[in-house]
Design a protein around this ligand. Sequence first.
Ligand code: AMP
Ligand code: FE
Ligand code: FE
Ligand code: ZN
Length: 284
Amino acid sequence: MRIDLHVHSSISDGTDTPTRLVMQALSADLDVIGLCDHDTFDGITEAAEAGRRVGVSVLPGIEVSAEIAGRGVHVLGYGCDAQDAELNAELKRIRSGRADRIAPTIDALREAGLEITVADVEAIAIGAPSVGRPHIADALVAKGYVADRDEAFATYLAEGQPGFVGRYAPSVERVIDLIHGARGAAVIAHPWGRGGEEVVTAEYLAQLVSEHQLEGIEVDHQDHTADQRELLFRLGARLGLIRTGSSDYHGRGKSGHDLGSNLTRKSAYLDLIARIKARGGVTK
Ligand code: AMP
Ligand code: FE
Ligand code: FE
Ligand code: ZN
């Protein structure tokens, strides 16, 4: 069974529509995908319908922006009730923070000498309910300022670069609690990617398990080295966490993240489904 539990569509910062994403998953010989767009459930219905037509299971998911000590952490929520009022209120606030940061980012980029407008970004994001820096990156690519998203982040958009503007995100603890309130299961995405090990320590993970009933961690992910994967695999076992794997596919948006490039073991997937069911969440 080929299971890829964290992929994105054009509803957030991926480049494939939900339907095309499912077609690509079929081509990649995947049995299950977890659609985890950033801070929105809007792609789930379309992807699930496409999945039913072609025989790819779509596990409903979301990747929620959170923070600890001023650093961004992503929390995956699987099996949530997409209508849950409290979770949706928080998601709305996060998405507003995403939208509100576009204009100041453009100002900062213009300050740095680039001729780019908010309209250039809107032309790329075309109504995506969850806009992000990758859309700004694509606008910079379209203008010829950089070759790809990676270069856009490295030169302008990553923290510490001239075009970086912060945005609102709730605490990791609050996001886990909201996911549980919506009857879903919580998994920390790429916990040690991009320097994450500095804030997501073994002690902190243990605390999230004991005080907030965290269900899992992503282990097999492009942003983790082989050593990190081995350490996280063992740490996760010690803490009783479900250990998942995913491509974090973004379509054309991210190189090295081809669908199926990292997978979740069937036993881990079945554990996750059991945990979602125990919470009363939705598994398809
Ligand atoms: P934002 O959602 O606006 O905070 O932007 C973060 C998103 O940008 C992440 O979810 C990734 O999809 C993407 N991203 C972050 N760093 C890079 C990078 N160096 N190259 C390409 N995409 C990136
Ligand atoms: Fe993303
Ligand atoms: Fe992420
Ligand atoms: Zn992601």
